[in-house]
Design a protein around this ligand. Structure first.
Ligand code: CTP
Length: 403
């Protein structure tokens, strides 16, 4: 899935022959799941028709401050459009348009929208090679970059004039890939590896029975999605669960028992930056697993249980650089118990779920949490959907990593 899915892209087209490439460019943005609105300078309409671009973008194409077709002459609001966009791309960016952008001119709708835009601005220059090399163009580009605008460099090749050299607008595929990579590179968890446990564990009694719990795994899967959205690579060690996720940054490793989860967690821990243990691990398991199905012979049956290994505590003992986050599910004396676990297990953050809070805990779609950090700062949150709760946890994690 592209990072551009559901993103709002404003495409500003200025008047150069490369404007014809904006038709396939819009198709690629739409294919990536983006919403596209197009602004054309008057000159660009000589190279590609607004009808083509409005058909492809599924939105009216704007090019002047007023809507000529409308007898009431409605006003096109460049400020609204500038605020609407998540990303503004000017492609092709001609020498003339770049010069005007650099100097704050606003004598057409594209330029006024540029001045109003608050989002990241990309520009893809396109012109003949001598124009591209001219000091005035070089200066315009430097000025735009000093404003924080991001250039998608022109490439070398045959130009419309017949000359060969630098100045050809980047190909549509390369423009889309450039923007996607730039967005990904700037995500706060880009390059971070996160180990996550989720769901219940099943502890075998005999070949057909087990001891389990009602954890759905939802909370852990939502954290995985939220962290991946922020650019993290996630190793998700999941006990038996109905949850599924499909994301190129999330690798799901299914496990069954507490021991499986312990082994999997330990094999990845040393290479990760963060470990978040949200699984509801069984605290006890049958001491002996019967090799045959237990027959119902007697009126009562006693199972001897022994403690499982505490995965979280074991990671707290060996952690070096890793940020370690645990969960605490409590029914009484919640804050004190959670603080106790945080200190005892050597954690950086603990996420407390109180079963006293209506709507919190296992199974449901909502959760209410309190986050406590290692300095015992307490941050309580409202009851929210598990995906919003996951975002809160990931934001705290980002804050902690940046601290
Ligand atoms: N946990 C773990 N391994 C276990 C048990 C728990 O990694 N064998 C982790 C959970 O994933 C969670 C945290 O420990 O992040 C707290 O689990 P919880 O059951 O609330 O606490 P316990 O330490 O098991 O204590 P108790 O059940 O007595 O409250």
């Amino acid at each position: 899935m592209s990072i551009l899915k559901d993103k709002k892209i404003l495409l500003g087209i200025s008047g150069g022959i490369a404007a014809y490439k904006t038709a396939p460019l819009i198709r690629l943005f739409i294919k990536a799941g983006a919403n596209v609105k197009v602004i054309m300078t008057p000159a660009s309409k000589d190279f590609v028709t607004p009808l083509t671009l409005s058909t492809l973008s599924k939105n009216p194409v704007l090019s002047s401050f007023t809507n000529d077709d409308d007898e009431n002459d409605t006003w096109n609001n460049h400020v609204d459009l500038g605020l609407w966009a998540d990303y503004f791309l000017i492609a092709p960016a001609t020498a003339n348009t770049m010069s005007k952008m650099a100097n704050g001119n606003s004598d057409n709708f594209l330029l006024a929208s540029y001045l109003s835009a608050k989002c990241p601005v990309y520009f893809a220059p396109a012109m003949d090679l001598d124009m591209y090399k001219h000091q005035s163009t070089v200066d315009s580009i430097a000025t735009l970059q000093s404003f924080g605008n991001i250039m998608i460099p022109a490439t070398s090749g045959e130009l419309a004039s017949g000359l060969v050299g630098e100045g050809r607008m980047a190909e549509p595929e390369d423009i889309v890939a450039f923007i996607e990579n730039d967005i990904l590179d700037k995500l706060p968890l880009r390059g971070k590896k996160i180990l996550l446990t989720a769901g219940p564990t099943y502890e075998a009694i005999d070949p057909v029975r087990f001891i389990g719990n009602h954890s759905s795994g939802k909370m852990g899967f939502e954290i995985a999605k939220s962290a991946a959205k922020q650019g993290a690579e996630v190793i998700l060690i999941a006990g038996p669960t109905q949850q599924t996720v499909s994301h190129h940054l999330i690798n799901v490793l299914p496990v069954v028992s507490a021991q499986d989860m312990y082994d999997a967690t330990h094999s990845y821990f040393k290479d990760v930056d963060v470990a978040i243990l949200s699984a509801a691990v069984a605290d006890y398991k049958p001491k002996f697993i019967e090799s045959q199905k237990i027959k119902k012979k007697s009126s009562t049956l006693t199972l001897e249980l022994e403690k499982t290994k505490d995965i979280l505590a074991s990671l707290g003992e060996i952690k070096t650089h890793q940020l370690l986050i645990g969960f605490a599910l409590e029914t009484n004396n919640e804050l004190e118990n959670a603080k106790g676990k945080l200190l005892k297990k050597n954690l950086d953050l603990i996420v407390l779920n109180s079963l006293q809070d209506k709507g919190a805990g296992f199974g449901g779609d909502n959760n209410k949490i309190t986050i406590i950090d290692s300095k015992l700062n307490i941050t309580p949150y409202q009851l929210k959907s598990k995906s919003e709760v996951a975002n809160d946890i990931v934001l705290q994690l980002i804050k902690k990593l940046n601290a």
